[in-house]
Structure formats: structure tokens, C-alpha cells
Design a protein around this ligand. Structure first.
Ligand SMILES: NC(=O)c1ccc[n+]([C@@H]2O[C@H](COP(=O)([O-])OP(=O)(O)OC[C@H]3O[C@@H](n4cnc5c(N)ncnc54)[C@H](OP(=O)(O)O)[C@@H]3O)[C@@H](O)[C@H]2O)c1
Length: 340
């Protein structure tokens, strides 16, 4: 079988596809033929050595994959060859086959496509964790989200609608205005407009209830300023550390240097909260699986439906990642590993 590897830190030109022996399912494990694997922004940062919590090189990226069970190891019950499943691979998903403990394998309802399944865990799981689980998103609230047209951004827009948010302000690059507006958000041009001012002016000077910031650097303090009293900031990424597909130590350093160190005394006086969120480092797996159960119900009820930007054959993985580096995606980008 073939899989994608990152041999070492580098640009998309370093990505390789290698042929390896088929993996074998041990006790308690299942072998899955992957049809779709999700690409996440984190995969790009891992390739640049900017992530911090990935395996040593060489390794195969990929947090999530959807496919069918090929066979199962000793002692496995309740899953059989041919079953359609979602695999929470937490690395290794960019492969034709994966083997993993069945605790990380979830059966798919017949109506859920491989595209939908592979697009849900990281983007919707993270959005749900922030807004619903931590933030108790309630009817009538106002939300600010950055990268509004991306994987997490589009998930946020749909969750906000389902939970009755009254306004979602979404920052993105200028060519995405129409797309962002089509999702019911108030588009904020990330370069031409000051999002803090827009948030204040749209809320009678008060600010938003929730601000979702994956940008890092001094952007984080601006998101904090956009909050009203009682508002919640979710800090969950550092996209400003990335400049193009090659690693920029300067951009990473600037991001690290300018990211605010919050002072609890000042936070107390301003009555605001800051959550740090890293889904890959959640200790309690039941929290994440609870989110996936809720999201699966929401999908079946038609409350969410992942927006797929594009599906690329896995041999085009470099082009697919370049599409994200070039800020071209509107929704989720997937890799196609289905047998041809
Ligand atoms: N902590 C966690 O557990 C967690 C989980 C999931 C995602 N995240 C973070 O959330 C963010 C969104 O993730 P995603 O997978 O949904 O990605 P995504 O939003 O689909 O990422 C691509 C979009 O990000 C925007 N962007 C901002 N800075 C960029 C840069 N330096 N290079 C290229 N694009 C840039 C671009 O849109 P515009 O130009 O329109 O802004 C681009 O189209 C990422 O920062 C990711 O690391 C964190």
C-alpha cells in the first residue's frame, strides 16, 4: 500500500509517496481501506516544523480518515469487514490503509458520505468544543470568527446558525466576500477593514460575545479587544507563523514574540475570559467522542453539512496543500485514497 510521508521539515516539494507493506490488525484493532482523508492547516504547520506536537520525521500526517473495514484483529466485536467507518487516526491518515484501535473507529450511518465523515472531526469537533462545550453559545449571541471561509470557519457559521446566534462577523480575504455572505455571516475584509471597529460598530459599542482566533501574534489582543464584558476568546492556532509553503523562522518568531501574555488582574478588571484550545492534546477522549456523537445527530437532522472545497487524488497532495497556502480554499480540502 502507499502512503504520504513528510521526510523532514520543508516545503511541499519535500512531500513523498512511498510504498510499504500492508499493515496488519493486531488484537483490538481494525484495518481500514481509506477513501477520504482530511487536510488540516495543522498538517501544513507540521510539515514546516512549526507544530510542536507531531511525531518525529519521517512521519505520515492526517488526523482523520473515512473508509471501510478490511479486516479486524483478535477480540474485536461489533465491527465487520465492509462496514463504513470514520477513523480518528491522530497522525497517519494520509494512507491507503490504516490500522488502529477500534476505540478510535466510529461506524457511519448509511446516509453519511465519506466526504462528509472525513470533513467533520477536526473542523466541526474544534468549533463545537469552543462554542458549545466551553462557550455555552446561546440564542441571540454575537460571534467573531477569523479564516471565516476555511474549514473551521464554515463549521462555525453552521453551528452559530443551529444555536441561534444573531450575528456572525467573519474575516477573510477579499475574494471570499460572496462566499462568506452566502453562509449568513457579515463579511469583514481582513486587510481593508479594522475588525475591532466593525465589531464595536455592529454591537452599539459593546463588542462580541465570542471571538475565535487561530491567527496568533498581536491579532489575539485585537480579538480580545473586540469582546464585550463577559465575552470569551478562544485562542487555538498560529496561522500568522506561516508565510508560504517554506518555513519562515522570522514569521514564526514574530508570531511568538507578539502573542500577548495575558494578565489575570487585567482580565478580572475587564471581565473577559480566554480559553486555550488544542484538540490534539485533550486528555479525556470521551469529551471529543461526545462532540462527534452530537455532530453526527446534527448532520442527520440537517443542521450541519460540511462544505467541501475540493477533493484531490492523494498523488496531488502537494498541490492540495499549496491550494491552502495560497488561501484558495472555501471550506474543507480532502484527499482521495479510494482504490482506482
Ligand atoms: N487548536 C486546535 O485544536 C485546532 C483545530 C483545528 C484548527 N485549528 C487552527 O484553526 C485554523 C483554521 O484551520 P483549518 O484547518 O480550518 O484551515 P483553513 O481555515 O481552511 O485554512 C486556510 C485559510 O486560512 C487563511 N489563512 C490565514 N493565514 C494564512 C496563512 N498564513 N497561509 C495560508 N492561509 C492562511 C486563509 O483564508 P483567508 O485568506 O480568507 O483568511 C486560508 O484560505 C488554523 O490556524 C488551524 O491551525 C486549531
Amino acid at each position: 500500500m502507499r502512503k504520504v510521508i513528510y521526510p523532514a521539515v520543508g516545503g511541499v516539494d519535500t512531500i513523498r509517496i512511498v510504498e510499504v507493506a500492508d499493515p496488519v490488525a493486531g488484537p483490538g484493532e481494525a484495518r481500514i481501506r481509506v477513501h477520504r482523508a482530511g487536510i488540516n492547516f495543522a498538517d501544513l504547520m507540521m510539515r514546516q516544523g512549526l507544530y510542536g506536537s507531531n511525531p518525529d520525521y519521517p512521519f505520515t500526517p492526517g488526523y482523520e480518515a473515512a473508509g471501510e473495514i478490511m479486516d479486524v484483529g483478535e477480540g474485536v466485536e461489533g465491527i465487520s469487514p465492509g462496514d463504513r467507518v470514520l477513523a480518528i487516526t491522530a497522525f497517519g491518515g494520509y494512507s491507503e490503509q490504516v490500522v488502529l484501535n477500534t476505540k478510535r473507529v466510529i461506524s457511519l450511518p448509511d446516509s453519511m458520505s465519506f466526504d462528509q465523515a472525513a470533513a467533520i472531526p477536526v473542523t466541526y469537533g474544534t468549533a463545537f468544543h469552543m462554542l458549545v462545550y466551553l462557550g455555552n453559545l446561546s440564542e441571540g449571541e454575537i460571534v467573531l470568527v477569523h479564516h471565516a471561509a476555511g474549514g473551521v470557519g464554515t463549521a462555525v457559521a453552521q453551528l452559530c446558525k443551529a444555536y441561534g446566534a444573531s450575528l456572525v462577523l467573519g474575516t477573510a480575504s477579499a475574494p471570499k466576500r460572496e462566499f462568506v455572505e452566502s453562509l449568513g455571516m457579515r463579511f469583514v475584509d481582513r486587510e481593508a477593514e479594522d475588525f475591532v471597529e466593525v465589531c464595536k460598530s455592529k454591537t452599539g459599542g459593546k463588542g462580541v460575545h465570542h471571538a475565535i482566533d487561530p491567527v496568533g501574534g498581536d491579532h489575539v489582543m485585537r480579538s480580545y479587544k473586540a469582546l464585550r464584558q463577559g465575552g470569551k476568546l478562544y485562542f487555538f492556532g498560529a496561522s500568522s507563523a506561516v508565510k508560504g509553503d517554506k518555513r519562515s523562522i522570522l514569521a514564526a518568531f514574530k508570531m511568538w514574540r507578539s502573542t500577548p501574555r495575558f494578565n489575570p488582574l487585567k482580565m478580572m478588571s475587564s471581565n473577559k475570559a480566554v480559553f486555550g484550545v488544542h484538540m490534539g492534546l485533550l486528555d479525556d477522549e470521551s469529551v471529543f467522542s461526545g462532540h462527534l456523537e452530537n455532530l453526527s445527530d446534527m448532520l442527520l437532522k440537517g443542521q450541519i453539512d460540511p462544505i467541501i472545497d475540493s477533493v484531490w487524488r492523494f498523488e496531488q497532495v502537494a498541490e492540495a496543500q499549496m491550494h491552502i497556502h495560497n488561501r484558495g480554499n472555501r471550506g474543507k480540502v480532502l484527499l482521495d485514497f479510494s482504490p482506482q
